[in-house]
Design a protein around this ligand. Structure first.
Ligand SMILES: C[S@@+](CC[C@H](N)C(=O)[O-])C[C@H]1O[C@@H](n2cnc3c(N)ncnc32)[C@H](O)[C@@H]1O
Length: 248
């Protein structure tokens, strides 16, 4: 099984997402609305929606045409349950991100909080952009929120740990395979009852010029790359980059 079929499970839902506050999701959705130039009737795809933090917030803001797509059944169930509790109409779809077959349908698509570069083969990562390019209407926009390694290098950590309120500890080791442009992440959870859960993920890192070429191959031109949610230019201090593509 590939790592991404396992990692986004109950452990992820219970622990990994704890730093992701509602206030943060609201700031991110402000940025999504602005970067994608959304209008009230825009049709929007949350590609790799996870537990739905952005699609739920868009629906709360009155967007009626939001699709949230993800592979993880656990996370989709959490999204659906929250939408049901709040009476929000969102269409949730379970699919691999490479396998979508929408054609000229969406005004805006976004992929947030590092849900790109998951596949071992470059062709598979390219396929994600290809299906996004196909799914957008001409002039429609794609927003990719992605780590910027240049901003991380100065303070690069190889290990970190978190202690959660219930006494669980998470140890996270990050191995940077420089020439391969790969970050291998090993994660170990240890609960206070000494239950151990080993998991992890691997990211293929893309630098800006590479991403620009990949977007172009998918029929999108990069219209901007920003270092903050507010829209400041990207610098070598920024730890994330927001890349905006537009279907040509
Ligand atoms: C880091 S999370 C980001 C979730 C969400 N965008 C957010 O901001 O909270 C990555 C998401 O990608 C989903 N995912 C992983 N592999 C996938 C695949 N092959 N196809 C579709 N979704 C996938 C995971 O289930 C997870 O929800």
């Amino acid at each position: 099984m590939a790592w991404y079929e396992n990692f986004f499970d109950e452990w992820y839902l219970k622990y990994w997402i704890q730093p992701l506050t509602q206030e943060r999701a609201q700031r991110e959705v402000d940025a999504i609305e602005r970067y994608l130039g959304l209008k009230a009737d825009s049709r929007v795809l949350d590609l790799c929606c996870g537990q739905g933090r952005h699609s739920l917030e868009l629906a709360r803001r009155g967007y009626k045409n939001v699709v949230g797509l993800d592979l993880s059944e656990t996370l989709l169930q959490a999204s659906q349950e929250k939408a049901r509790q709040e009476g929000l109409a969102i269409s949730f779809v379970q699919s691999d991100m490479r396998a979508i077959s929408y054609d000229n349908e969406f005004d805006g698509i976004y992929n947030f909080y590092t849900a790109f570069g998951y596949f071992e083969k470059d062709e598979d990562n390219q396929m994600v952009l290809d299906v996004v390019g196909k799914a957008l209407k001409p002039g429609g926009r794609f927003l990719l929120d992605y780590p910027s390694l240049e901003g991380r290098m100065g303070t690069w950590k190889t290990q970190e740990y978190f202690e959660y309120d219930d006494g669980t500890i998470m140890l996270h080791e990050m191995i940077h395979e420089v020439f391969e442009q790969k970050i291998v992440n090993k994660v170990l959870y240890i609960t206070k009852d000494n239950v151990r859960h080993r998991t992890g993920f691997t990211l293929r890192h893309y630098y800006g010029r590479e991403l620009t070429r990949c977007f172009e191959k998918a029929g999108m031109k990069v219209v901007g790359a920003f270092g903050t949610l507010k829209g400041d230019p990207l610098t070598n201090k920024d730890t994330r980059v927001l890349v905006v593509g537009e279907k040509m």
